[in-house]
Design a protein around this ligand. Structure first.
Ligand SMILES: *Cc1c(COP(=O)(O)O)cnc(C)c1O
Length: 239
C-alpha cells in the first residue's frame, strides 16, 4: 500500500465515522503524524494532497521541516504534538503553526513570552490527561467530573493560562492509553468533550478544537466530537 492509498483509506474511514455521527468531514482536520518518517515520505504525502503534519520531537522537526519547506510545491501546516522541554521552547514558533502539547503553566508562560518578544501570538491546545497513570504529560483531568479537588485545580490552571497574552487557546488535546481497545477509549474522549463544554459554560472559554484520536481509535474520537485527529501508522506504516 502506498502512502496515497493509505490516505485515501483514512479519508474513507473519516467519512464513515462522520456519517455515523451526523458530522461534516470538512470539520475534521487530519494531521498526518510524520515522526521518525523521512522527508521523502512526507513529500509523498504532500503530493497526495495532505497538508497538515505532526511531529513530536523538536530536534527532529528542526532538521526535517526546513528541508520540506524548501522542496515542497504546496504549503504545509505543522503541528507540535509532543512534550516540549523548556530549553527547546525557543525553536517552536519559527517552525510550528500550532502546539497541541501545552502541558504545564511553566511551558505556557515560556511560549507566551517568546511569542511576545517576536510580536506574535501562538495557536495552542491545552493537553489534559483524562486517562490516569498511563499518560505522562498534561494537566490532571482524571475523573474531573467527580473529583472536586481535581476540578478546582484544573479551573485554577485554566484561569492562569487564559491570562497569558500571546497564546491563542484554540481547544483541548488528549492522549488515550495506547493499548486499549476502541470502546475503552470512548468514555475518555467523551470526558474531554464534556470538559470543553463545562469550560465554556462556567468560565466562558471558547475552545472550538478537540485534538483526540490516533490510528487505533480515530473513528471513535470523531464520533465523540474530535475536530483534529492525529494519525501516524495508518498513513505512513509502522514505525
Ligand atoms: C505518535 C503520536 C500519534 C500518532 O500515533 P499513531 O498510533 O501512529 O497513529 C498521535 N499523537 C501523538 C501525541 C503521538 O505522539
Amino acid at each position: 500500500m502506498s502512502i496515497a492509498d493509505n490516505l485515501k483509506r483514512v479519508h474513507e474511514e473519516i467519512a464513515l465515522a462522520c456519517a455515523k455521527s451526523h458530522r461534516n468531514p470538512e470539520d475534521i482536520t487530519l494531521v498526518a503524524v510524520s515522526k521518525t518518517k523521512s522527508v521523502a515520505d512526507i513529500l509523498e504525502a504532500l503530493a497526495a494532497g495532505q497538508q497538515h503534519f505532526g511531529e513530536n520531537r523538536v530536534e527532529e522537526a528542526e532538521v526535517k521541516i526546513p528541508q520540506i519547506k524548501n522542496q515542497a510545491e504546496t504549503s504545509q501546516v505543522w503541528h507540535m504534538i509532543g512534550h516540549i522541554q523548556s530549553r527547546k521552547a525557543k525553536a517552536i514558533q519559527p517552525i510550528f503553526d500550532m502546539v497541541h502539547s501545552v502541558d504545564s503553566i511553566k511551558i505556557a508562560q515560556k511560549l507566551s513570552q517568546l511569542a511576545e518578544a517576536e510580536g506574535k501570538s501562538l495557536d495552542i491546545l491545552i493537553e489534559v490527561n483524562v486517562s490516569g497513570e498511563d499518560a505522562k504529560y498534561g494537566f490532571n483531568g482524571v475523573n474531573w467530573q467527580k473529583d472536586a479537588q481535581i476540578r478546582e485545580n484544573l479551573w485554577h490552571d485554566m484561569e492562569s493560562l487564559r491570562q497569558l497574552p500571546c497564546l491563542n487557546i484554540r481547544g483541548l488535546m488528549t492522549m488515550a492509553p495506547f493499548e486499549d481497545k476502541m470502546e475503552v477509549t470512548r468514555p475518555l474522549f467523551a470526558e474531554l468533550a464534556a470538559l470543553r463544554d463545562s469550560l465554556l459554560q462556567e468560565l466562558d472559554m471558547q475552545l472550538p478544537d478537540l485534538s483526540m484520536g490516533m490510528t487505533n481509535d480515530y473513528p471513535i474520537a470523531i464520533e465523540e466530537g474530535a475536530t483534529i485527529i492525529r494519525v501516524g501508522r495508518a498513513i505512513f506504516g509502522e514505525r
